[in-house]
Design a protein around this ligand. Structure first.
Ligand code: PMP
Length: 425
């Protein structure tokens, strides 16, 4: 297979043969597939095999690959300007579009990734409060900034020591970590440390260690304690923003964060992140304030214009309910098929157009420690069955799946049909 040849070559010139760890298939075994092209819900690999794609680049593609309306804007960008490193109106339009529709976003700064967004937002939180400690939760991933690579998920999920090498103790000495779904520990920690905490960073829909849907009471408690102790509430909506609804989880829950981070959908498939929030905090950012943050390619026209095309389409078409119904239908059918042919019984966890396939359990899984042992290995087995028949899931049992509007009823029916084929054999 050409993919195998390319992987062997790639390993000679890049660490592990990849540019982001999960892509290597290290969690599911075997060699990764190398892709050549993508369209709508489909991928084509270098050997010419076609796949229905439920990874969707890990989330940015709400309307599938190369949606025609967005593609048109990108083509026009090729003809207009690629990068100025100067003021332009494209980022202004995207900023205004968001500020007008999300009340807790009074000001926004665009960066190039989710990691950068969270890193910068924390800098703002430290400056705003004069405090240094950050509270995060076990299993929440916030990008690869040093201070938050502690008990993170994503590519670190399932690795027994979740700390990365190369991070000195000083870099994480101000990071406090609590389990999710545990109000008692939260209260106890705030009682002890609350006045030293600059920010409570949380994925309001934790989606990097499977999909650990939180109880509203828990999230309300996080919000209430942060306010009570003067810590800023930082919602990391890099996955959930514009995905679970236009206003993300904050809108869904009715909780207003002080700072919010976006990524993925906000750039319509191009590298964009953003941090945003109340003016009193965002005005601390350079040049209006003393928190320095800059970027050569920040607010580049491809990301800004593809982002605006994507968000306007989402606002206008409001695809969320339909996606949610499709996601529930698809995943219930998939597990029904798997369960008819497998000793291990599976069930889907879904939220909007996000899904996670996990082994059946008595109770809802809300914490990392509740995930059944053997999940990684058992997922690897079903992953390869799906892959064989041309269904591409995110290559790790801890990553979630994504539906897009390009997953039409026909494609969903085809997926169900292929799944029967995969598991009956
Ligand atoms: N926060 C969350 C919740 C994420 O899921 C991710 C990436 N999956 C990040 C931050 C980091 O974003 P990026 O990979 O763009 O740096």
């Amino acid at each position: 297979m050409k993919s195998d040849e390319l992987f062997a070559r790639s390993k000679r010139v890049s660490p592990g043969g990849v540019h982001s760890p999960v892509r290597s298939f290290s969690s599911v075994g075997g060699n990764p597939i190398f892709f050549l092209s993508a369209n709508g819900a489909r991928l084509t690999d270098v050997d010419g095999k076609s796949y229905i794609d439920y990874c969707q680049s890990f989330g940015p593609l709400l309307f599938g690959h190369r949606n025609e309306e967005i593609a048109e804007v990108v083509r026009d960008t090729v003809e207009t300007a690629w990068s100025f490193g100067a003021c332009e109106s494209y980022s202004l339009e995207l900023a205004e579009f968001i500020v007008q529709r999300i009340p807790w976003v009074e000001k926004i700064r665009f960066v190039n990734s989710g990691t950068e967004a969270v890193m910068s937002a924390l800098r703002v939180a430290r400056a705003a409060t004069g405090r240094n400690k950050i509270l995060k939760f076990d299993g929440c991933y916030h990008g690869h900034l040093d201070a938050l690579l502690v008990k993170a998920g994503s590519g670190l999920a399932g690795i027994s020591s979740s700390d990365s090498a190369g991070i000195s103790p000083e870099m994480i000495q101000n990071t406090l970590v609590l389990p999710l779904d545990d109000e008692a520990s939260l209260e106890e920690l705030f009682h002890r440390e609350g006045r030293n905490i600059c920010a409570v960073a949380i994925e309001p829909l934790p989606a990097n260690y499977g999909l650990l849907i939180q109880r509203k009471e828990f999230l309300n408690k996080v919000s209430k304690l942060a306010k009570e102790y003067g810590a800023l509430l930082l919602f990391d909506e890099v996955i959930s923003g514009f995905r679970v609804g236009f206003q993300g989880m904050a809108g869904h829950l009715g909780i207003k964060p002080d700072l919010v981070c976006y990524g993925k959908i906000i750039g319509g498939g191009f590298p964009v992140g953003a941090y945003a929030g109340k003016s009193e905090y965002m005005d601390l950012v350079s040049p209006s304030g003393k928190v320095y943050q800059a970027g050569t390619l920040s607010a580049n026209p491809f990301g800004m214009r593809a982002g605006l095309a994507t968000l306007s389409k989402a606002w206008k078409e409001n695809p969320y309910d339909k996606l949610s119904i499709a996601c529930e239908f698809l995943t219930s059918k998939l597990v029904e098929t798997i369960n008819n042919h497998s000793k291990i019984q599976w069930e889907p966890v879904t939220f909007a157009s996000l899904f996670w396939l996990k082994q059946k359990s008595e109770k809802n899984i809300r914490r990392v420690s509740d995930i059944p042992s053997g999940h990684r290995e058992n997922f690897a087995e079903i992953f390869h069955k799906f892959l064989d028949v041309g269904i591409y899931l995110a290559p790790s049992g801890y990553e979630v799946g994504f539906l897009s509007t390009a997953h039409t009823n026909e494609i969903i029916e085809e997926t169900i049909h292929l799944t029967s084929k995969a598991f009956a054999e």
